[in-house]
Design a protein around this ligand. Structure first.
Ligand SMILES: NC(=O)C1=CN([C@@H]2O[C@H](COP(=O)(O)OP(=O)(O)OC[C@H]3O[C@@H](n4cnc5c(N)ncnc54)[C@H](O)[C@@H]3O)[C@@H](O)[C@H]2O)C=CC1
Ligand SMILES: O=C(O)[C@H]1O[C@H](OP(=O)(O)OP(=O)(O)OC[C@H]2O[C@@H](n3ccc(=O)[nH]c3=O)[C@H](O)[C@@H]2O)[C@H](O)[C@@H](O)[C@@H]1O
Length: 430
């Protein structure tokens, strides 16, 4: 099929490259000319394992990019993969995706054949039909349900394993309101369903929108519960990881997402839990449990600092921060726990020396004035303390490097460094 994907960020680029790999012809539309140029040259604009290879193989061929929305007219369906960030009060800001829907509608006005518009972005129930569907109808002067349909297909990929997740999903959720839209959306997913046999959930549009929030709220709350239990474990000198390994054996709990530590960051858990809370408030409902999950998450970086202070008062000290990305495998620092950790160190008068294998440049935009180094070894050299914020594999291999610290105090927020002789080691929840 001929597909167009509006937005070529973490989701749009991954989905486009994977659909191209599955045999579709895909056009990415983005307002950023550099991204468009990179894709046409066969280069991925973001860091994701496996993405470089797919873009190199299909870029400029089955996968092309443009800034021109007119390209949608040559396609059978358009996915909107645009940002849906938080407003200051936590509620969803739909202005970017609304602007994209308007440009899409204007372009679709001169298309003769039926078109399917699929919302891939995370949006609160009602947005796809009531907001975006209406904008496209107005801008195109066409009728929804006759000339075009809207559908909702939430995305569950994780950064750091985006390609693998997209090509091997547990489930595919197809939210449509009529048979014609369902048929076209199912046709788009046919090669993926054939190759990886995920569960296919055919549902309504509002249900699809809510499934995405429920999925993320559940996972974020699971990690916060694990962090709360971990904090209690630490008070009693109990190893939270042994406890979680045991409870994870209960099928009803499941062994994944039980890693306690410095908390969840990223572009989605923080913004989606905040949007869900705001959406609930708008309807007069008090979502106490999701609010508590957010509160626990905000506490974890503070607890990391308290553990450091028990051994090294940071004032005037050189403190290494190992890991800046919000999780390993990505260069994304959006809402990374490293941000509140570095802020707290600066507030306490520490000199921060930071290292991450891929996310340094992105963190430089938040903190242009701290010292960035090229290796964990360089960060530890002469440091009075080290805080581990991201569980990059390479930190597990650190050994003699700790000997170059002035004072080898290591506070691990991710259970990645091994407790060993010669260092003062504190695990956040163990
Ligand atoms: N990042 C992730 O892992 C996941 C994100 N999502 C959701 O997917 C959506 C997109 O997120 P990301 O890919 O992370 O965003 P992103 O910020 O990485 O990428 C967005 C892209 O849209 C482009 N753009 C902005 N305005 C535009 C316009 N008017 N027309 C064309 N292009 C425009 C930007 O230049 C950028 O390349 C959000 O709703 C997010 O919640 C869902 C699942 C996973
Ligand atoms: O909506 C989204 O954007 C995505 O959000 C998350 O994916 P992502 O944020 O990329 O990464 P995760 O692996 O979920 O990690 C999120 C945060 O939770 C933390 N985490 C995760 C698991 C765990 O056991 N403990 C823990 O602290 C990670 O370190 C990270 O900071 C979801 O897992 C995806 O299904 C979803 O599509």
């Amino acid at each position: 099929m001929e597909l167009s994907i509006v937005g070529s960020g973490y989701v749009g680029t991954t989905v486009a490259a994977c659909f191209a790999d599955l045999g579709h012809s895909v056009t990415n539309i983005d307002i950023d000319e550099d991204i468009v140029e990179q894709l046409n040259d066969g280069q991925a604009p973001i860091h994701e394992p496996g993405l470089d290879e797919l873009v190199a193989e299909h870029g400029g061929d089955r996968l092309t990019a443009t800034t021109d929305y007119g390209a949608v007219r040559e396609t059978d369906a358009t996915f909107l993969a645009l940002p849906t960030p938080s407003r200051a009060d936590g509620s969803i800001d739909t202005s970017i995706i609304e602007a994209g829907a308007r440009s899409l509608g204007e372009a679709l006005g001169s298309k003769d054949d039926y078109h399917l518009v699929v919302v891939k972005s995370t949006v609160v129930p009602g947005t796809t039909e009531d907001v975006l569907g209406s904008i496209i109808e107005d801008a195109s002067n066409e009728s929804r349900g006759e000339d075009f349909d809207v559908a909702m297909n939430p995305e569950f990929l994780r950064e750091g394993s985006a390609v693998e997740d997209f090509l091997g999903p547990d489930k595919v959720v197809l939210g449509t309101e009529n048979e014609r839209a369902n048929e076209r959306l199912s046709a788009v997913f046919e090669p993926l369903v054939e190759s990886s046999a995920p569960a296919v959930v055919e549902t309504g549009i509002r249900e699809a929108e809510m499934i995405k929030y429920a999925n993320n709220a559940f996972l974020a709350t699971k990690v916060s519960l694990v962090n709360e239990l971990g904090n209690i474990c630490k008070e009693y000198d109990v190893d939270a990881y042994e406890v979680m390994d045991a409870i994870g054996l209960d099928d009803r709990i499941g062994e994944r997402f039980l890693r306690s530590g410095v908390g969840w960051g990223g572009s989605c858990f923080p913004k989606d839990t905040a949007a869900l809370v705001a959406a609930a408030h708008e309807k007069g409902y008090e979502p106490s449990l999701v609010e508590a999950a957010i509160e626990v998450n905000e506490k974890q970086p503070k607890r990391l600092l308290e553990l450091l202070e028990d051994h090294v008062p940071p004032q005037g000290k050189r403190i290494a921060v190992l890991g800046l990305a919000f999780k390993p495998g990505t260069d994304d620092v959006r809402n990374s726990r490293a941000i509140p950790v570095i802020e707290a160190l600066q507030n306490r008068g520490a000199t921060v020396v930071a290292y991450d294998p891929v996310a340094t440049e992105n963190m430089r935009e938040h903190f242009p004035d701290i010292e960035y180094v090229e290796s964990a070894t360089a960060a530890l050299d002469g440091a009075d303390g080290a805080l581990v914020v991201t569980d990059w594999d390479e930190f597990a291999a650190l050994d003699d490097e700790f000997e170059s610290m002035t004072d080898p105090v290591v506070v691990d927020g991710r259970r990645i460094v091994e407790r060993r002789e010669g260092i003062t080691y504190e695990g956040l929840t163990w």
